[in-house]
Design a protein around this ligand. Structure first.
Ligand SMILES: [Zn+2]
Length: 255
């Protein structure tokens, strides 16, 4: 188990050392743009890094949608992201589950996920589906939908990323989420460990520093004790606040 943070992409290895983390997650292109990532100039530094590196794909990506104008560029950007991530040995590329939109047929979304994974298969990169907090027609918000998605894609090179803010705000009780995810995959690939500014099932995706939000502490502690996987915080406040969040987790791992 390694504990780390989502950090700035530039000088990432130094950034994570300053936070006393042992793993990190970065964007390798602008999270709000369709532009594909460039080859990394710091490829040697990233390749030499001791711990696992995770890449978060841009937020615009929605591989599930029936809308061709979004789905096609989503697949391309995901593939380009996987290629660059593979070049420096990243352990996984995280993608939000996406949505089929108002009135959309969710089973089409599952099948679109399968096609997207088949499209990126030759990059060798493992894709991690992250559960999301909002939307009624989201593919990976509620437990039953995540289970149905897994029936369609579970045989492919794909894993699960559990985001504690998203399970809470999305309306899956934390313990149920941990048990449910653990049932679907041998080992949850990654935990995004965030507190939530908003209430249970609020559908709002606003991360908070650990112990300062609305998720009961014992639920967060349950995740640490029962997931046995890499943990990355995506919390606000920059270096000092994230350093505290990493220490918060490490203290509880020692107990
Ligand atoms: Zn997340």
């Amino acid at each position: 188990m390694n504990v780390g943070a989502h950090i700035p992409s530039k000088n990432a290895v130094e950034e994570i050392k300053m936070r006393k983390g042992d793993t990190f997650q970065i964007f390798i292109s602008s999270p709000q743009m369709w532009k594909s990532p460039k080859p990394r100039e710091d490829i040697d530094i990233l390749q030499d890094y001791d711990g696992p590196i995770y890449v978060h794909s841009p937020y615009l990506i929605n591989v599930a949608t029936p809308n061709n104008k979004v789905r096609h560029p989503s697949r391309k950007l995901l593939k380009d992201t996987c290629k660059v991530a593979a070049s420096f040995g990243a352990k996984g590329v995280i993608v939000h589950g996406g949505s089929v939109g108002e009135g959309g047929d969710i089973s089409v979304g599952y099948d679109n996920w399968r096609k997207a994974l088949e499209h990126v298969e030759d990059t060798g990169m493992r894709v991690l589906v992250e559960n999301t907090a909002g939307g009624k027609n989201s593919v990976a918000r509620y437990m039953d939908s995540i289970e149905r998605l897994w029936e369609v894609i579970g045989h492919l090179n794909v894993g699960l990323c559990l985001d504690t803010c998203h399970t809470w705000a999305g309306g899956i009780p934390t313990k149920k989420a941990v048990r449910g995810f653990n049932k679907l995959v041998k080992k949850i690939d990654l935990v995004h460990f965030n507190d939530s500014k908003d209430g249970f099932e609020s559908s709002r995706d606003r991360h908070e520093n650990l112990g300062k939000g609305q998720i009961p502490k014992d639920e967060l502690e349950y995740v640490i004790k029962n997931c046995k996987t890499d943990i990355v915080v995506e919390t606000p406040g920059g270096l000092e606040a994230q350093k505290k969040d990493i220490a918060w987790i490490k203290r509880r791992l020692k107990k």
